[in-house]
Ligand binder design. Structure first.
Ligand code: COA
Length: 172
């Protein structure tokens, strides 16, 4: 089965089969499927080299979700950054999270977010930051459900199309 076929395949993931999803770190060999997931759910364009670079950085948190022996259905990527509010703390930023359209709303994004936040706590993160398009209400609802609050907006931050960014944070 080619990658284009995978995007049409739901792998029958429901809330009842969520436990069969494995959550694990992304490696370089996953990058093609990560990019395919990103394209399928309309995330801002990153090259394979961008993703590959993140998978090799020590300060990156890059996690995938896949069924046993199955292809990647979703991922989250972010990085540890110096603390913004207090210099003696560490923060983290989430750059991208995506789940294949046919597998959304079944809890996979929540599993990924849970694993990301657990890793942040393990690595001493104080605050997690992210930006999201102002019109992306499903994602904003998702982030609020996971403890993120709106901090501010950045006017016309995004291109193609131009749109405000909502800045959100969660204090761990
Ligand atoms: C945002 C995203 C990662 C969430 O992953 P998911 O696996 O669908 O989310 P989960 O099933 O774990 O969580 C569901 C929660 O997300 C929110 N949500 C997900 N899809 C939604 C939709 N279509 N409408 C409204 N809320 C939605 C709700 O808060 C929902 O909770 P509820 O069921 O209690 O209402 C996923 O929808 C996605 O890939 N979206 C497209 C890419 C994207 O916009 N990424 C964010 C870029 S900043």
């Amino acid at each position: 089965m080619g990658l284009s076929d995978l995007s049409r395949h739901t792998f029958g993931i429901t809330k009842n089969t969520l436990d069969l999803i494995e959550i694990s770190p992304v490696t370089v060999s996953d990058i093609d499927s990560i990019q395919e997931v990103a394209n399928s759910c309309g995330l801002s364009y990153w090259t394979a080299a961008d993703y590959s670079n993140e998978s090799e950085r020590d300060d990156s948190i890059f996690i995938k979700a896949n069924p046993n022996d199955g292809p990647c259905l979703g991922f989250i990527v972010g990085r540890l950054v110096p603390g913004i509010v207090r210099e003696d703390t560490r923060d983290a930023e989430i750059y991208n999270i995506g789940v294949r359209p046919g597998n959304q709303n079944a809890g996979i994004g929540s599993r990924l977010m849970g694993a990301f936040l657990t890793e942040c706590r393990t690595r001493g993160v104080h605050t997690v930051w992210l930006e999201v398009r102002a019109g992306n209400s499903p994602a904003i609802a998702f982030y609020k459900k996971h403890g993120f609050n709106v901090v501010t907006a950045r006017r016309s931050f995004y291109r193609d199309p131009i749109e405000d960014a909502i800045v959100m944070k969660s204090i761990l």
